[in-house]
Design a protein around this ligand. Structure first.
Ligand SMILES: [Zn+2]
Length: 320
């Protein structure tokens, strides 16, 4: 094959239509005047595909790394920058969020495929091997964990608007940011801290005792980081920071109690009405209760682990 023919095959056709927005583009224009899209001259090769990958994910000059570092050093620059229309210097809020979701999805995949057994073993380690409750607790934990792995991103996404509303309430006397802007704050801040925590978690997951302790640090570390971001965004002094944090905690606490009560009442109502009959969850609980009753009737002394189980299952939701 001739050299010219080969070269031609490796070039893309130069047209007057933008591939991004289909707007008009002069033959000599490298960038579309309408959407700013860059014209590509070469057909994809492994080399330029790899370059694109490096460009988007790994490059030191790259917006991701810049955003990642700035969210530690001066998060207000990223967040307020985005609010002012800055889109090139740092990654836009939803791009950052999308990366965090991807990392969370990857972590779920790794855990589900390689570390599930270890996690279940660590979670149910308090039971003796011959304890009939152990088997049921194990199946409950298995169901719960795999549910968590499947829906983590959904749980995670729904948390952001929820926390933004609370934040707007807590800062009701500060006119600095409106509701949408509060949403953006958490899109960045929550994505950032959750992503770091997920990555660190993957590093220690091979050793369950550390991982179990580590995963319970998620909530306090998230709170500390978000407090730091808010302090810088609102230029809070220590007094105001303590006050706002306490208020935030109080509102969250009251809401969790309310949600807990509502869920409990709804649960009891559904259970009594028979709507949950035959569901795996109810069957697991009933089996667990039956096993406990059988043991108590056999006059074996057994520590009542039900409140403890419920508490640890409840707390599990707040871990990453
Ligand atoms: Zn265009």
């Amino acid at each position: 094959m001739g050299k010219v023919a080969k070269q031609k095959r490796e070039l893309l056709e130069v047209t007057t239509t933008c591939v991004n927005c289909e707007g008009h583009l002069e033959l000599n224009q490298r960038f579309c005047p309408n959407c700013g899209g860059k014209r590509m001259y070469n057909r994809l090769t492994w080399r330029n595909l790899f370059e694109d990958f490096v460009d988007r994910f790994l490059n030191i000059e790259n917006a991701f790394l810049k955003t990642f570092i700035a969210l530690f050093k001066y998060p207000e620059d990223v967040i307020e920058g985005y609010m002012r229309g800055m889109r090139k210097k740092y990654l836009p809020a939803f791009s950052y969020f999308a990366i965090a979701i991807t990392v969370a999805g990857f972590a779920s995949f790794v855990i589900k495929n390689w570390f599930m057994e270890d996690m279940i073993a660590a979670q149910t380690a308090i039971y003796a091997n011959d304890d009939p409750v152990a088997e049921i607790q194990k199946s409950f934990t298995t169901n719960f964990l795999s549910w968590m792995m499947d829906y983590q991103s959904v749980v995670y996404f729904s948390f952001i608007p929820f926390i933004a509303i609370i934040s707007r309430l807590v800062f009701w006397n500060y006119k600095r940011f409106n509701m949408v802007e509060h949403f953006v704050i958490y899109l960045y801040a929550y994505s950032h801290i959750a992503m770091i925590f997920t990555l660190l978690g993957l590093m220690v997951i091979w050793y369950q005792p550390i991982y179990q302790v580590f995963s319970f640090m998620g909530l306090p570390i998230t709170i500390i980081y978000i407090a730091y971001v808010l302090k810088r965004l609102f230029r809070l002094d220590t007094g105001a920071l303590v006050l706002k944090s306490a208020l935030f905690g109080l509102v969250l606490f009251v809401l969790f109690i309310l949600i807990g009560v509502v869920t409990f009442i709804a649960g009891v109502f559904l259970y009594k009405s028979g709507a949950l009959e035959g569901s795996e969850f109810i069957e697991a609980i009933e089996k667990q209760q039956a096993a406990k009753r059988a043991m108590q009737e056999a006059a074996t002394t057994i520590k009542d682990t039900i409140p403890l189980d419920s508490l640890s299952n409840f707390l599990f939701v707040f871990r990453f």
